[in-house]
Design a protein around this ligand. Structure first.
Ligand SMILES: *[C@@H]1O[C@H](CO)[C@@H](O)[C@H](O)[C@H]1NC(C)=O
Ligand SMILES: *[C@@H]1O[C@H](CO)[C@@H](O)[C@H](O)[C@H]1NC(C)=O
Ligand SMILES: *[C@@H]1O[C@H](CO)[C@@H](O)[C@H](O)[C@H]1NC(C)=O
Ligand SMILES: *[C@@H]1O[C@H](CO)[C@@H](O)[C@H](O)[C@H]1NC(C)=O
Ligand SMILES: *[C@@H]1O[C@H](CO)[C@@H](O)[C@H](O)[C@H]1NC(C)=O
Ligand SMILES: *[C@@H]1O[C@H](CO)[C@@H](O)[C@H](O)[C@H]1NC(C)=O
Ligand SMILES: *[C@@H]1O[C@H](CO)[C@@H](O)[C@H](O)[C@H]1NC(C)=O
Ligand SMILES: *[C@@H]1O[C@H](CO)[C@@H](O)[C@H](O)[C@H]1NC(C)=O
Length: 592
């Protein structure tokens, strides 16, 4: 990538200098900082993604290796090295890249090589052709990259399943060592259509131990044991739902003496969804509400977009900055509209709930100490006019990721939304077209009925899936999509079935997102996976990924990759009228 960048910059600058020397100082200033726009290689990674210092070195190194291995003759290397050095000294904005590139090149390149004219000419032609068309750096780079891609087809040619050495190096490292497994959890359940049914907590662990469950609103304060061999399920009254606007005391508190994963499920009538509970350590002070409503709000009191805040400290001041697609929220005799601010103070176990006919996505929550945030839709009419509950525990802003493989879930119709906290530029690829999109701060971009996408965002974003069955109409759920940075190499998770109505057929699935070559190393319940329901592949950053679906039975399951290659995991299940989906777990980076 850097090699291309360097080459383009060089040619570009020469063109400018020759054409109009006066422009040199002024024109580049008007354009975006090259470091802030995606510059892609044949495999397609935005440059900004590479500037993430945590993953930078491994990516650049492997890119150069890839390039060396697949594209360049020995004889071309020295020349390119020279071009890179020469170019970079001329352009101060690429200082950082220069440093890294030179360092990496020195490591990777062998000296004593000859020059190669064809390669250089090919590149120059591309750039000169493009220069004629538009002087915007951004456009030129896009076109140039497209040219390269056309000439050399997709990145899959660069690295295939067989080329494992390079792929192993190219793994996006997970954010950190800490996971969504923990000992202390605070959570809440958001209001659904009605209250006919139950709420459930499911707890899984890798060792035996005991947990305390405390729900102040119902007077529950009990201790129970958890076994590594079973899913511990706990039925909770629907009265625990956050169901009135404003402050209530509806927190659910779980504290265990061993690390556990906790999942929450709402089974109220046919309105069902589930979520992964984040442990206390993962909570943050800044969140963005993500929800789902139809473009045209329905004239029904139940289709609300909603969110809930759960306080865990003695006293927390919280500022809510509303974003709403329409309407006004009345709270305590005050009217709140778009961009209005509401300040509240919550004490431990208190919750704050709001819902609205219009979409609240993009509403910001800023707290003086860490809180938990749930968000979703009371009853969503995703497709065909039937209500579905949607609910997730939201990842705090500080733990969001940037690179995603967006799977279409098996036997499903899905939408997804990319929610931007700050303005971002996203490279999207759907296995046939690369399209760059800009998303403004606190806005989202929605895709309907897609098949498969890869996303590379210049800044962290939240991605939510909204899926219902392809053959059934009323079973939609919402699931937070783990970014590649969130992938883990093993998960222990429950597949559950406490639907209020046991309508058939019922199916339970696992969607695995993994680098294709690492697929063979997966072990589900200690066995090789032989019976895939479906697989599809897509390339991200020259790496071939597979999206695999496996059908599962109800119960406790464990999946791992033998070589500790991280992968993403979404669990979903549905019967005729109801469905749930949730991510099985995340890897996150906890500050010491
Ligand atoms: C690049 O390296 C030079 C010299 O080692 C250093 O002064 C400069 O700060 C570095 N630039 C960046 C952006 O890292
Ligand atoms: C160059 O690109 C910019 C931004 O995409 C566009 O607004 C402009 O019309 C283009 N100019 C030409 C000559 O194509
Ligand atoms: C470009 O195409 C050539 C010829 O098909 C192939 O050998 C080479 O690996 C390709 N390079 C890239 C970077 O795709
Ligand atoms: C719950 O019970 C434990 C002891 O079992 C006690 O320490 C704690 O204060 C109780 N919590 C509440 C909120 O009642
Ligand atoms: C919360 O706000 C109140 C009133 O503005 C202030 O007195 C208090 O110090 C704040 N507490 C925290 C924890 O920020
Ligand atoms: C809300 O709280 C923030 C931060 O404490 C403060 O800056 C702002 O003035 C408050 N706004 C209102 C409307 O009370
Ligand atoms: C990919 O996106 C392009 C442009 O939006 C669209 O024309 C094409 O049909 C899509 N292809 C697939 C496989 O979804
Ligand atoms: C993406 O394209 C590759 C190569 O054309 C193909 O093998 C793969 O099945 C496609 N994936 C999807 C999801 O269409």
């Amino acid at each position: 990538m850097n090699l291309y960048l360097a080459f383009f910059s060089l040619t570009l600058m020469q063109g400018k200098l020759e054409g109009n020397a006066m422009q040199k100082d002024t024109e580049p200033r008007k354009e975006e900082d090259p470091l802030s726009i995606p510059l892609i290689d044949v495999g397609g990674a935005p440059l900004v993604a590479m500037l993430d210092t945590s993953s930078m070195n491994v990516r650049i190194k492997s890119f150069i290796k890839t390039l060396m291995a697949t594209m360049l003759e020995d004889s071309q290397r020295k020349q390119i090295q020279n071009i890179v050095m020469e170019t970079l000294t001329k352009d101060s904005t690429t200082d950082l890249i220069k440093n890294i590139t030179i360092q990496e090149l020195n490591e990777e390149l062998v000296s004593d090589v000859k020059t190669s004219i064809p390669f250089r000419e090919q590149m120059e032609n591309i750039v000169m052709e493009t220069l004629k068309q538009n002087s915007s750096i951004e456009l030129i780079r896009n076109i140039a990259v497209q040219e390269i891609m056309t000439r050399n087809q997709s990145g899959e040619e660069i690295i295939g399943d067989s080329n494992q050495d390079v792929q192993i190096e190219k793994i996006s490292r997970p954010f950190g060592v800490t996971e969504t497994i923990g000992k202390t959890f605070y959570l809440g359940f958001l209001e659904s259509y009605g209250k006919y049914g139950d709420l459930y907590l499911y707890i899984v662990s890798s060792s035996d131990g005991s947990c305390q469950l405390c729900i102040p609103s119902t007077g529950i304060n009990t201790t129970f044991s958890v076994l590594s061999t079973r899913v511990k399920s706990f039925k909770i009254s629907p009265d625990v739902c956050l169901d009135h606007h404003g402050i209530q005391r509806k927190a659910v508190f779980v504290k265990c003496d061993i690390p556990v994963s906790v999942y929450g499920l709402t089974y109220l009538s046919d309105e069902v969804d589930g979520f992964l509970a984040l442990p206390y350590e993962v909570f943050g002070q800044d969140y963005m509400v993500t929800s789902f409503t139809l473009k045209t709000p329905r004239n029904t009191p139940h289709s609300n977009s909603n969110f809930g805040i759960i306080a865990i400290s003695k006293s927390t001041n919280i500022t809510i900055t509303f974003r709403m697609s329409g309407g006004i929220i009345n709270y305590k005799a005050t009217r709140y509209g778009n961009d209005d601010i509401l300040n509240i103070t919550l004490v431990r176990f208190e919750t704050f709930y709001l819902s609205h006919d219009y979409d609240l996505s993009g509403t910001l929550i800023t707290a003086s100490s860490p809180v938990a945030v749930m968000s979703g839709v009371r009853t969503s009419y995703l497709r065909n006019g039937y209500g579905n509950h949607m609910e997730e525990m939201i990842i705090p802003n500080e733990h969001l990721g940037r690179d995603f493989i967006v799977p279409k879930l098996y036997d499903s119709q899905c939408n997804f939304r990319i929610f931007a906290l700050e303005q971002t530029r996203v490279r999207t690829y759907n296995n046939s077209s690369v399209v760059y999109i800009n998303i403004q701060s606190r806005r989202f971009k929605e895709y309907e009925n897609y098949d498969l996408y890869t996303l590379q965002s210049s800044v962290p974003v939240q991605v939510q899936l909204y899926c219902n069955g392809a053959s059934t109409k009323y079973d939609a759920f919402m699931a937070t999509l783990p970014s590649i940075q969130h992938f883990k190499s093993s998960y222990k998770f429950p597949v559950v079935n406490d639907f209020k109505y046991t309508d058939r057929p019922q199916h339970f699935y696992l969607t695995i997102i993994i680098q294709s070559y690492a697929k063979a190393g997966l072990r589900l319940d200690s066995k090789e996976i032989s019976n895939y329901k479906g697989t599809s592949t897509v390339t991200l950053e020259s790496t071939l990924y597979s999206v695999i679906t496996v059908e599962l039975s109800v119960g406790l399951h464990e999946i791992q990759q033998n070589n500790d290659i991280p992968f993403g995991l979404i669990v979903f299940g549905r019967n005729k009228y109801s469905g749930y989906g949730f991510p099985a777990g995340f890897s996150v980076n906890i500050k010491p």
